[in-house]
Write a new protein. Sequence first.
Length: 71
Amino acid sequence: MDTADIAAVDSTLVLLTVEEAARRLRIGRTTCYGLIRSGELESIDVGRLRRVPADAPAAYLARRRAAKRAA
């Protein structure tokens, strides 16, 4: 079972890899790193690893939708 299968099965994950977050947003890994670098997508360092809180992709989407409605 690879990481994607584990993430799909275990909805209790608290932190996602950047690749898992990108998959949830249906964007590429490089684009996801760009969102993290710009501060649009929350992430944290865990030792030498970069992780995205499981609720961060949904929060990013909610902010984008609110901004579009306000425009």
